[in-house]
Design a protein around this ligand. Structure first.
Ligand code: ADP
Length: 492
């Protein structure tokens, strides 16, 4: 099954082995390439260009040359092309899902969900792009009239991660393109094939040459490529999703040219279950939120706080649910948990579990490699977790639940907020007044109340504190790519 699926990917017309710059499919100048691997067995799928900073400078140049033309189209014309891109993605849904599972490892059914999720952002912004309204402002003087218009910021660099290789591109790119900004997309080195497939569909959709560019590079070259994108005067805005450490580095580099910057960085989400919660609801929410993408999701709960009265029952039922999860190659029938993305991901999970167990955590299930070895790890439940353990201060990004018991509401809120991160948080309670108190007290950008799955193109996604800057999706997402111009008309 898996071998046949990989063969299907290799035969797919959407599988591109070249980067896309200025409307042309291209190699890197020095013809270097790097391998893309299947995380399930570490076998090479194919290789793609390892582009240099000079190659990337060329892509920026191409985008810069067309920024006025693209920004100058009528919103209806521009959004029509974005809409065609959406239709192409929908048409090639299954092809995209196969490429995604091959290079990212997530189960095929989850890959299908991601394709739809990715498409939803393109559809959304093809509509929002027509509604970038300015204001007429009450005047402060009888002979003056005040108003604002919104204009595209210009060339936008988009640096994206491997956990949602399609959706993290479309959530940024569709907003930027609809706003009138040409884009240079730099996907993660683990998952460039999904990005190139999207570029292929963007080409088919009819974006003019230079408006949509995708450059690929290896880990060895990402530092210089990142510098080029962040330092270039021709790039007006940079949007990044990834680790906090790289986000801070890019933010520093962008300060040189005072670029517009949007950051979606790490999370360390608390998941709080109160005594009065519906335990069944809390368990199914915990499984949905924690084990999506094998725990490799920024909004994944990372710290579980469960009140003492419900603690034992919650843990018992959660263990039963976790033990039912099927761990297998993403192309295998019924697979629910795929491999982790690479060796360093599995290394981190092992380090977190070992550290917790050494400091007194109890293993209720898992805590060992998965049946297929390699990058697989069994879904794990630990109890007796406390704040001295690394897994409570660092984002694990793996299939590990660590539960800490608490007594009072104040204690839970203080623990939940005791982090420099603030992307998401989850509350399970049946008390409306408690829900409002906690939802308002949590220092994070997204709160799930009796709900584990929160992401949608309709709602703003973004974090407080060191989890980021700006919002993606929703009516707010397009603002990241627009300038507000105030016009004062005098002597009226
Ligand atoms: P992770 O550790 O989860 O892979 P990263 O922040 O390293 O997260 O990766 C997210 C994205 O940032 C990827 O596209 C990666 O290639 C890119 N990246 C990594 N290091 C740099 C850098 N120094 N400059 C620019 N981009 C980078």
């Amino acid at each position: 099954m898996a071998a046949r699926a990989i063969q299907r990917v290799l035969n797919s017309p959407l599988l591109r082995r070249e980067a896309y710059v200025g409307g042309l499919w291209t190699t890197s100048k020095d013809r270097q390439t790097f391998d893309v691997r299947n995380p399930s067995n570490r076998e090479t799928i194919c290789s793609v260009p390892d582009m240099t900073s000079e190659d990337v400078a060329m892509a920026i140049e191409k985008a810069y040359d067309v920024r006025k033309d693209w920004g100058g189209l009528l919103a209806k014309e521009r959004c029509g092309i974005v809409r065609r891109w959406y239709e192409k993605v929908v048409e090639k849904h299954e092809e995209l899902a196969y490429i995604l599972t091959a290079e990212q490892g997530k189960p095929l059914n989850e890959a299908r969900v991601e394709v739809s999720y990715a498409a939803s952002f393109i559809e959304w912004f093809s509509e929002e792009g027509k509604r970038t309204f300015g204001d007429t402002i009450p005047t402060h003087a009888h002979n003056k009239r005040l108003m604002t218009i919104k204009q595209p910021v210009g060339v936008t660099a988009l640096i994206t991660p491997w956990n949602f290789p399609l959706a993290m591109i479309t959530r940024k790119a569709a907003a930027a393109l609809a706003a009138g900004c040409p884009v240079v997309v730099k996907p993660a080195e683990d998952t460039p094939l999904s990005a190139l497939a999207l570029a292929n569909l963007a080409e088919e959709a009819g974006f003019p040459s230079g408006v949509y560019n995708t450059v690929t590079c290896s880990k060895d070259r990402v530092d210089s490529v990142g510098r080029e994108l962040a330092l270039s005067d021709k790039v007006a805005a940079l949007s990044f999703t990834g680790s906090t450490v790289v986000g801070k580095l890019l933010m520093n580099l962008c300060s040189g040219s005072v670029k517009r910057i949007s950051l979606e960085l790490g999370g360390n989400a608390p998941f709080i279950v109160f005594d009065n919660a519906d335990v069944e609801m809390a368990v199914s929410g915990a499984v949905a939120a924690k084990f999506r993408n094998t725990g490799q999701t920024c909004v994944s709960p990372n710290r579980f706080y469960v009140q003492e009265g419900i603690h034992d029952e919650f843990c018992r039922r959660l263990k039963e649910s976790i033990e039912c999860l099927i761990v297998n190659d993403g192309f295998a029938d019924g697979a629910q948990q795929g491999p982790l993305i690479n060796e360093s991901a599995i290394e981190k999970v092992r380090r977190h579990v070992d550290d917790a167990v050494q400091k007194g955590a109890h293993v209720l299930c898992g805590a060992v490699p998965g049946p297929l070895g390699g990058s697989f790890y069994l879904p794990t439940l630990l109890t007796n977790v406390n704040s001295t353990m690394v897994m409570t201060s660092e984002e694990t990004f793996g299939p590990i639940v660590g539960v800490a018991k608490f007594k009072t509401e104040e204690e839970a809120v203080a623990a939940a907020n005791q982090t420099r991160y603030g992307l998401s948080g989850y509350i399970y309670s049946q008390s409306p007044s408690q829900i409002w108190r906690i939802a308002e007290a949590l220092e994070c950008g997204i709160v799930g109340v009796n709900e584990g799955l929160l992401s949608t193109e309709f709602a703003p996604f973004g974090g407080y504190k060191e989890s980021g800057l700006g919002r993606e999706g929703s009516k707010y997402g397009i603002e990241e790519y627009l300038e507000i111009k105030y016009i004062c008309m005098g002597n009226v």
